[in-house]
Design a binder for this molecule. Structure first.
Ligand code: ZN
Ligand code: ZN
Length: 383
């Protein structure tokens, strides 16, 4: 027996008794119907059997004074007449179960209070509306190589879903939450008078509008359950640090046939000890000697995922010159690849000895007349 049953089933109608029927009238009617539809008297008649079940269920509730009262309360609030916009004493109370319970609905799934009541309070009508699942945010950290090549990574997602055992009501199975008498289901109470009245969450029901006497043993009355799922997600090649990827339809499940939400993945990319990244291009800094820079030559350069490449260093290459190895960069969306940008860095030896020292001293004498700062001073004076 659930609140949903209470809202959906008209037990008075099942028994064919008026709403103000006395206990004796109900008993009398039930006995008559039970005899008529009893399976022993209707062998093989599935319809009669179904009817007998309905009659018994209705009688179970209506014959129990306490449960009948709960049933009447639930139906007057949620059921037959739809939502009453005015309070019992004309004081306005508004409650929107969509708002109250939307916090417990982010995880998708079905069967929560939002499901049961959500549709009833839509002013336009009582048909439950499909609701799109929530968008979900998550993060992933990729290695540099994974980001360049693309990778399939497991994403563990936790979300709040209605507790399956109690269908989100928080009540132990076989019991039903009852309307909070303090706020009459509103979830809020007014304090103060007139224009100074303050509306605050009801303390007795913590703003839920319902009280649970026997809490569900699984969720301890919260009505919510943490659900975890692991999803394999394909991160496309060429993703960059700080980028946010949208995976359509991979968010929370929709409700009542609504579309699923989207999953947004914020990507962090680890640094690589050697390679850097500029859009589709990879970058690398390669040390060269002074003679290599001055005389030119061929330098061997590592690539990220393949064999090294040989690049021609022109004679007279300045420190910081950038060469380009075509097609050795990051993979683009269309499958083509960017370039590897190779920046040369002339290394200066810390200690020079022996033949190298004498050769350098010879070089200095040979170039003594070249003043590398002459142009600098000319420009400085001319300005
Ligand atoms: Zn309350
Ligand atoms: Zn539960």
């Amino acid at each position: 027996m659930s609140t949903k049953d209470y809202v959906e089933k008209d037990y008075y109608k099942v028994l064919g008794v008026p709403k103000d029927a006395t206990a004796a009238e109900i008993k009398k009617t039930y006995r008559k119907l039970a005899r008529e539809f009893h399976p022993d008297a209707n062998k093989g008649d599935a319809k009669a059997e179904e009817r007998f079940k309905d009659i018994s269920e209705a009688y179970d509730v209506l014959s129990d004074e306490k449960r009948r009262k709960e049933y009447d309360e639930a139906r007057s609030l949620f059921g037959t007449g739809g939502f009453r916009s005015g309070g019992p004493n004309g004081g306005a109370y508004n409650f929107d179960f969509g708002d109250l319970f939307s916090g417990s609905q982010t995880g998708g799934g079905s069967g929560g209070l939002g499901d049961v009541f959500g549709g009833l309070f839509n002013r336009g009508g009582r048909q439950p509306q499909p609701r799109r699942g929530a968008d979900v945010e998550t993060e992933v950290t990729l290695s540099f190589v994974e980001a360049v090549d693309g990778a399939t990574v497991p994403l563990r997602m936790t979300s709040q879903a209605p507790c399956r055992t109690c269908a989100g009501t928080g009540a132990k199975s076989g019991t039903t939450p009852r309307v909070c008498p303090t706020c009459v289901g509103a979830g809020t109470v007014s304090r103060g008078q007139g224009a100074f009245a303050l509306s605050e969450p009801c303390r007795d029901c913590k703003g839920r509008g319902m009280l649970v006497d026997d809490p569900c043993t699984v969720c301890h009355g919260s009505g919510r359950a943490s659900s975890a799922r692991t999803m394999q997600v394909r991160i496309p090649a060429g993703v960059q640090d700080g980028q946010r990827i949208r995976l359509k339809g991979k968010g929370a499940q929709g409700e009542r046939g609504g579309q699923p939400g989207d999953l947004y993945v914020s990507v962090h990319v680890d640094d690589h000890p050697v390679f850097g990244r500029k859009a589709d291009n990879l970058t690398v800094t390669v040390p060269v000697t002074f003679p290599e820079a001055a005389l030119g030559g061929t330098i061997e350069v590592p690539t990220l995922n393949g064999p090294s490449v040989k690049l021609k260093l022109p004679p007279g290459s300045a420190n910081g010159l950038t060469l380009r190895a075509r097609g050795k960069g990051a993979t683009r969306k269309d499958g083509t690849r960017g370039d590897l940008l190779v920046t040369v860095e002339v290394v200066v030896p810390k200690h020079v000895t022996g033949d190298a020292l004498s050769a350098l001293e010879q070089y200095r004498e040979a170039t003594a007349s070249d003043d590398p700062r002459a142009a600098l001073f000319q420009a400085a004076e001319g300005a």
